[in-house]
Design a protein around this ligand. Structure first.
Ligand SMILES: NC(=O)c1ccc[n+]([C@@H]2O[C@H](COP(=O)([O-])OP(=O)(O)OC[C@H]3O[C@@H](n4cnc5c(N)ncnc54)[C@H](OP(=O)(O)O)[C@@H]3O)[C@@H](O)[C@H]2O)c1
Length: 253
């Protein structure tokens, strides 16, 4: 299976490694920034391009992993009537984005967080797929199955909710870690002190429903403790607003 990778960021890098490990061939890498295209292409010793008009039209698959807001612009610049399947990897972009830009297309959305610096075992990554037609779905299902043991069908509306849930569970949680890190640093304490707490919180939800294992002053309604925290956070109105909003929601649930 010959694949052209369009994009050179976190997801493009991880997918291309997973494809190669699964026995597929990356035949070209596109990125609008020539140095970024070269950096990823050199990993697989394949040509790097920075003009979509130079794209290899013989590929079986075109994996488009660019910033969500740039997706349609990139698709609109692809050569018309490609024979290969054009895929995107976004949680919140409808499959309808391909209309008028590709003949066979689909979505391959990985429910995982990817950063270039951290290796991910793709075998356990849930892959949500959606395809333009039955034949393409069959091909996409086979391709996704080479990468992961957890492939499932998911329409655009479900995928939007899945992505929003992922933003709560991953991105917002990580932002809270960043606030905790800054707060500890201000008081000459290290983030290492709360790593066991973070690990235990994550492990608990592997076996329990999150709402059932909520702890802390908001669920106990320890009002005086919450007032002390709000006073401590006076110098950081953004953190205080977040603390207040989350505590109110926990208190109501
Ligand atoms: N990271 C995750 O954890 C994750 C998980 C699941 C799905 N996704 C989805 O995967 C896709 C890629 O995300 P990512 O995390 O890999 O992003 P990323 O690391 O920020 O990389 C973004 C890529 O998009 C390119 N790009 C940005 N603006 C562009 C434009 N106007 N025209 C052409 N290319 C443009 C960038 O090119 P330059 O290098 O030249 O800027 C880069 O190659 C997104 O749809 C995202 O929703 C991400």
């Amino acid at each position: 299976m010959n694949i052209v990778v369009i994009g050179s960021g976190n997801v493009a890098s991880h997918f291309s490694r997973a494809f190669v490990e699964a026995g597929c061939r990356i035949i070209q890498v596109y990125s609008r920034t020539p140095a970024h295209a070269r950096a990823l292409a050199s990993t697989w010793t394949v040509p790097a391009i920075s003009q979509l008009s130079d794209i290899d039209t013989t590929a079986d698959v075109y994996l488009v992993a660019v910033k969500d807001d740039a997706l349609e612009t990139v698709l609109s610049q692809l050569p018309p009537a490609l024979n290969g399947i054009v895929l995107h990897t976004a949680g919140s972009v409808e499959m309808a984005v391909f209309h008028g830009y590709a003949r066979r297309y689909g979505v391959l959305y990985p429910v995982q967080t990817f950063s270039k610096e951290k290796h991910i075992d793709f075998g356990h990554v849930p892959l949500a797929i959606e395809a333009s037609d039955a034949e393409t779905q069959e091909s996409l299902s086979r391709l996704a199955g080479l990468l992961s043991g957890r492939v499932f069908l998911c329409n655009s509306e479900q995928r939007l909710a899945l992505h929003a849930a992922a933003v709560f569970a991953c991105n917002f949680t990580n932002h809270c870690y960043a606030i905790a890190d800054d707060l500890l640093h201000e008081h000459r304490l290290g983030f290492d002190l709360i790593r066991p707490l973070i690990r235990e919180t994550a492990e608990k939800v592997m076996q329990h429903k999150p709402r059932e294992v909520q702890t802390g002053p908001a669920v106990r309604q320890d009002i005086q403790t919450m007032e002390k925290h709000m006073r401590l956070l006076q110098e950081h109105p953004d953190w205080a607003a977040l603390y207040d909003a989350l505590s109110r929601q926990i208190g109501r649930s």
